[in-house]
Design a protein around this ligand. Structure first.
Ligand SMILES: [Zn+2]
Length: 417
């Protein structure tokens, strides 16, 4: 937030803008039949609440098609309310009609408006496409693919965050660019993958490098695939701290202090089995244990990506964030590698600024590349990397990843093992 604001903006002004933002999620029974819509509702509720917004859930308490971590209960509203008691200090979900005008009403599908609101829009999704507009069609009752719904939830959360920023407009460093950047999206119609990409049921073996925010978002995303199974190994040598709660999709307040990998290994994520490796990723470790799988890297630290690439996996995907932007890339064996894409280290000193919806988008895109690789419909050579700013999803950059002449991993070698 401080990237955009003059130094006089106090911490308390920022906190007030975050926690004073009142959002109502409004959905009726017809529009909540599908797994897609339920996932969209849950995703937006969690991402909004993690930014400290005050979220009211106005929806029937339907049986969930799937209840996975961080949810513990089996019904939509009940599970979110329970999660809200253990999410962030001072943040809970409300369920009663708001007593005053809310800042934003988010309607799901063609659910009619239900509250007095300063602004209102509708979201809807297909398998791999998210839509946002002043009104939307009914949410298809049989959409089981959750990815479009998660994109809709992530897009809605970014729109809500813009309201927080607009409350701070009097502190804008550059009012003209501020107004353009934080203007509401009028409409959004965004595909994160082609419509016919099927879903895998068994993800096989994979390694996840880092149990951080992007790893959490990727696990959240792939675990929403109905009946999914996998055997994954998660590398991380750190414990949860309170500064993780604003963006770690699977972490609860009561998890603070726990080792990330042990916590992750205990989560209910479909039939995925997560094996904890409580250490920093080292390719020697992976090789000595005979791992031969695909690797997902959710670490902003560039040397960590090089290390993962060094062990020459079948496939490597990277999710990363910078400021308000999220990126992801896919590196099949033999193609341009993660070090070709980022040949120089870019060390960060001090605390890393992060926000819920940016980390979420990085993880969602990484999960999308991974799923496409598994089902044999990989992204084309022209779409090996994606860069987007969730505030301005009207424009998404997709491009190839060329081999870099001075790749720090040297001239590209054949697989060793
Ligand atoms: Zn390279």
């Amino acid at each position: 937030m401080r990237d955009e604001l003059v130094a006089e903006a106090s911490d308390s002004a920022l906190l007030e803008a975050l926690t004073g933002n009142e959002i109502a999620l409004v959905a009726d029974k017809t529009n909540l039949k599908s797994h897609s819509a339920q996932v969209a509702f849950v995703t937006s509720a969690i991402v909004l609440a993690r930014s400290g917004h005050r979220v009211t859930l106005l929806a029937p308490d339907l049986e969930l098609r799937q209840s996975s971590s961080p949810l513990r209960l089996g019904t939509l509203v009940g599970a979110l309310v329970e999660l809200g008691t253990d999410l962030l200090p001072g943040v809970e979900f409300e369920t009663g009609a708001p007593k005053s005008k809310v800042d934003l009403e988010i309607r799901f599908g063609d659910t009619p408006p239900a509250v007095a609101a300063r602004s209102s829009f509708a979201v809807q999704a297909d398998a791999w496409r998210a839509r946002l507009a002043s009104r939307a069609d009914q949410w298809g009752a049989s959409i089981d693919v959750p990815f479009g719904g998660m994109a809709a939830g992530g897009a809605a959360a970014a729109e809500a965050f813009k309201i927080t920023m607009r409350r701070l407009r009097h502190f804008a460093l550059n009012p003209a660019t501020f107004d353009t950047f934080f203007a509401p999206a009028q409409t959004l119609n965004m595909a994160i993958a082609p419509p016919d990409v099927p879903l895998p049921r068994d993800l096989g073996e994979f390694e996840l490098v880092s149990g951080g925010a992007i790893g959490h978002a990727s696990l959240f995303a792939i675990s929403r695939i109905l009946n999914v199974s996998a055997h994954a190994r998660v590398f991380d040598d750190d414990r949860y701290a309170i500064s993780n709660l604003n963006r770690y999709m699977l972490t609860r307040l009561s998890d603070l202090g726990e080792w990330k990998v042990w916590h992750l290994s205990r989560q209910r994520l479909g039939r995925m089995r997560l094996e904890p490796v409580p250490e920093r990723f080292q390719s020697e470790t992976a090789l000595s244990r005979g791992f031969d799988s695909r690797v997902l890297v959710g670490a902003d630290d560039i040397p960590t990506r090089w290390e993962a690439q060094r062990r020459q996996p079948k496939w490597l995907g990277v999710g990363a964030t910078t400021h308000w932007s999220a990126m992801a890339s896919a590196h099949p064996h033999g193609g341009a590698c993660a070090a070709c894409l980022h040949p120089q280290d870019d060390p960060t000193v001090g605390p890393i600024p992060t926000v819920a919806f940016v980390s979420f988008w990085a993880g969602l895109m990484l999960a999308t590349y991974f799923v496409r690789e598994l089902v044999g419909v990989p992204a084309s050579g022209q779409e090996q990397q994606t860069f987007l700013t969730p505030f301005r999803l009207e424009r998404v950059w997709r491009s190839s990843v060329p081999h870099h002449r001075n790749c720090p991993l040297g001239p590209h070698v054949r697989r060793v093992a």
